[in-house]
Design a protein around this ligand. Structure first.
Ligand SMILES: Nc1ncnc2c1ncn2[C@@H]1O[C@H](COP(=O)(O)OP(=O)(O)OP(=O)(O)O)[C@@H](O)[C@H]1O
Ligand SMILES: [Mg+2]
Length: 632
């Protein structure tokens, strides 16, 4: 007798659910996507115990009738596609018809839904594949509310994999924030244990949502950029290099309004920043790619956040170009950090914050604290501070009222209380653009043996002479290498034994090495013989430089976005050259200081050393007047 049996629907659903529902944040993501597909304009997310005990998503969308309310929880039941060909032109966030079935398979779910032309709504409760209560009529506002309780109560192994309440909640915050950024026209409200921790008004633009995410000060500095090609349109908000972080948490990517993850597109953004980024730092950005859905396959994984683009290379190049352009015409001098010892002393005499500020500004500081704190780990006391505020009118009896409304006067979240300069229509500082065109630095002298002091009539600059010199050499060498990467033949060829992976990379890219002036021949096994090196290494320790290139080869290949190995290797050859050529700290003569200032202003990027560190700091008259407390 055979041993094979067809599984029960309940078991099949539970197994399939593993792919869709990994943690509370995946439930929130799926439910929000359903709300957006249902044309909601307001979405409220309430969470308890990081969503592990309970979470609910409530919207004011189109709702469902009784038949659909029941069908919605069956596997492969969807209103979004009918034929296989529909998969090639997906306009909705969901389409697989499995999310609700998956959530119900591993939790206890209740649904309340009402279509706006109906006098009453429908309620039902479902566990696994069985309806345990309803469907029955119920009073409800138009829209849908889904409550998910006791997630993974019947799959203890999954439950064990969940992290702490705070970690799970921070993932939910991330999901909600990405959704809010993808749809600034929709109002989002997220609360944890009854306290509102994030909201967007649905009336602002992307920059105002970004302000709620990053804090208003950071958001004001973002550069807006856009570029289009025949196949796609890309728009972005780009952080300045000095805003870069050591993780990718603030890298937001969207394809046709869908939050996505895609390493190649991220690398394309990073490539646009190039050497403006310090090693190990990642830019802050929000990047929106819009293209014909036929060119983007989102049906790769049940999460629907991975995508395959048929024109990925073109899109990547477009992104890199856009980022380069946006950064190149911007005066990128970091502001003088107001942390000098003098300043610290001054601030210790400052008037307490709320005495200085008007009513609104106090709210602003609280809201800023709440949002920025929660983005770095949701410290409980900071949430308390924001939500115990008497202005926190939104955490009030919404749950009882069931319907929620964002009242214009209920200034709670940071977005609605931003300083006016953060609003979308605000134009970036254009005077800086003008200034950089005919920039002239008048040297004042050298300080502390390492810094050149200069001014341009409007600001005072402290120039790191080492970084400036390195940048000057870098651009000079790069130009030489781009014109013709001539080879300097070596009188005595050098032999090296490479690692297996480095040897493999060299074999694969032999013509690139030759193009860049590295004349290398095989020498048996993993050995190679170097007969010539790039001319820009003339006068430098070529043995050491070649060895370093070979040592870094695996890393260079890893960092190069597809097809860009030549660029990456060229950069490394040049970077190593300037590092080797740079002189240690030394006193500069007046002529040398003048030459440095003159050469600096002529550079393509006078603001960053080849490793992304700033070359100069700016202290303008406003900063000085503030420092001397002429203005407060
Ligand atoms: N908030 C909602 N408002 C109105 N209808 C909804 C809502 N949530 C779900 N539905 C209906 O229930 C159906 C099933 O939802 P479910 O999330 O399981 O599948 P889907 O969204 O079609 O595809 P996917 O599995 O990719 O999310 C949807 O196609 C939609 O018709
Ligand atoms: Mg769905």
């Amino acid at each position: 007798m055979g041993v094979i049996q067809v599984m029960s629907d309940a078991l099949a659903n539970q197994i399939a659910a593993g792919e869709v529902v990994e943690r509370p944040a995946s439930c929130v993501k799926e439910l929000i996507e359903n709300s957006l597909d249902a044309k909601a304009k307001r979405i409220k997310i309430e969470v308890e115990e990081g969503g592990i005990r309970r979470l609910s998503v409530e919207d004011d969308g189109v709702g469902m009738d009784e038949q659909d309310a029941v069908l919605a929880f069956s596997r492969h039941a969807t209103s979004k596609i009918i034929h296989a060909r529909d998969l090639t032109r997906i306009q909705t966030l969901g389409f697989r018809g499995e999310a609700l079935a998956a959530i119900a398979a591993v939790s206890k779910v209740s649904l309340t839904t009402r279509q706006s032309d109906q006098t009453h709504g429908i309620f039902l409760r479902i566990e696994g594949t069985s309806i345990t209560d309803g469907p029955k009529p119920v009073g409800a506002p138009p829209g849908t509310r889904i409550v998910v309780e006791d997630l993974f109560y019947n799959t203890p192994v999954r439950l064990k994999y969940l992290r702490s309440v705070q970690t799970e909640f921070s993932r939910i915050v991330d999901v909600v924030q990405r959704a809010a950024l993808s749809r600034p026209d929709v109002a989002f409200l997220l609360s944890h244990e009854g306290r509102v921790v994030f909201q967007s008004s649905g009336r602002g633009g992307q920059r105002s949502v970004l302000a709620a995410l990053l804090g208003p000060v950071e958001a004001t500095q973002l550069l807006e950029a856009s570029q289009s090609s025949v196949t796609c349109q890309v728009t972005a908000w780009l952080g300045l290099p000095q805003q870069a972080r050591s993780n990718r948490n603030h890298a937001y990517l969207f394809l046709n309004h869908r939050p996505i993850r895609n390493l190649s597109l991220h690398q394309a953004v990073a490539a646009g920043y190039g050497t403006r980024l310090m090693v190990g730092k990642h830019p802050i950005y929000a990047l929106f790619v819009d293209m014909d859905p036929i060119l983007a396959d989102v049906n790769i994984h049940p999460h629907k956040s991975e995508v395959r683009l048929s024109e990925e290379r073109d899109v990547s190049q477009l992104i890199t170009r856009m980022v380069e352009n946006a950064l190149s015409d911007k005066h990128l001098v970091p502001k003088w950090p107001v942390t000098s010892r003098v300043q610290e002393k001054i601030s210790s005499y400052q008037v307490p914050f709320f005495e200085q500020n008007e009513k609104n500004q106090t709210t602003f500081s609280e809201a800023k604290l709440s949002v920025s704190e929660q983005s770095v780990g949701l410290r409980a006391e900071s949430m308390d501070m924001s939500t115990n505020s008497k202005k926190n009118t939104l955490s009030h009896p919404l749950s009882q009222a069931y319907e929620f409304s964002v009242q214009p006067e209920a200034v709670l979240a940071s977005e609605s209380v931003l300083p006016s300069e953060v609003k979308d229509e605000e134009v970036q500082d254009s005077s800086l653009r003008e200034r950089v065109k005919n920039w002239q630095l008048r040297p004042i002298g050298q300080a502390l043996g390492m810094y050149v002091i200069a001014e341009d009539g409007e600001s005072l600059y402290i120039i790191d002479q080492h970084a400036a010199h390195e940048r000057i050499l870098y651009e000079k060498f790069l130009k030489q290498m781009q014109l013709s990467a001539d080879t300097m033949p070596l009188l005595t060829p050098l032999t090296f034994t490479l690692s297996a992976s480095a040897h493999g990379i060299w074999m694969q890219h032999q013509e690139v090495f030759a193009l860049l002036g590295l004349d290398i021949e095989p020498f048996g096994g993993l050995d190679v013989c170097v007969r010539g090196v790039p001319l820009v290494w003339e006068g430098l320790d070529v043995l050491q430089l070649t060895q370093r290139i070979f040592d870094d080869l695996v890393e260079i290949a890893k960092q190069a976005p597809s097809g860009a190995f030549v660029e990456e290797l060229r950069l490394k050859i040049v970077q190593k050259a300037c590092k080797a050529a740079i002189k240690a700290n030394h006193r500069l003569s007046d002529e040398e200081i003048l030459a440095l200032c003159e050469e600096l202003v002529e550079l393509d990027d006078p603001f960053h050393c080849p490793h992304g560190r700033p070359v100069l700091l700016e202290l303008n008259s406003y900063d000085l007047e503030k420092g001397f407390r002429r203005i407060v």
